[in-house]
Design a protein around this ligand. Sequence first.
Ligand SMILES: [Ca+2]
Length: 164
Amino acid sequence: MFISLSRSCCWHGDLKNRGVSLNAMVFSGSFSGIEPCFTITHFNHAKYKVFSNLKKFAEAQATCEAEGGVLAMPRSHKHHQELLHLLTSHKKERYWIGLRRQNNITVYIDGSALDEDLQLWGEDQPNNSGGIQYCVEMLKEMGYKWNDFHCDNLASFICQYITT
Ligand SMILES: [Ca+2]
């Protein structure tokens, strides 16, 4: 347990912010009151990790890839509902998912096409506000529907790993 905690992404920051040394925490074995940086859920044939810490889109995707995953690619309303279910214990403001616009077309991060009939965009989205919104997030204020957003802004994110 301690080993996995030391590898995770935001414990150190949390501990530093609290002025507590990591060794002291490890030996005391007490982690109460510290929010974990991710949760893991298995759904059908995929495993998901919801990261609550904030990263740019490319950094978030790199974090998923480092563990053999990708940013989550919701391909149906049912799949979207599953992702919503994952967020019930998090509810951060925004989460990157594996969609971005290339050559003015929104595609999944693996290059596959988005079904044009799949309407999961928030109201008036994608609006490419300011002409700089090339990545897609699930946004709390839109009921976690999709919003195009600046890729260098910071958001929490959801990784997806195929397990079969
Ligand atoms: Ca937008």
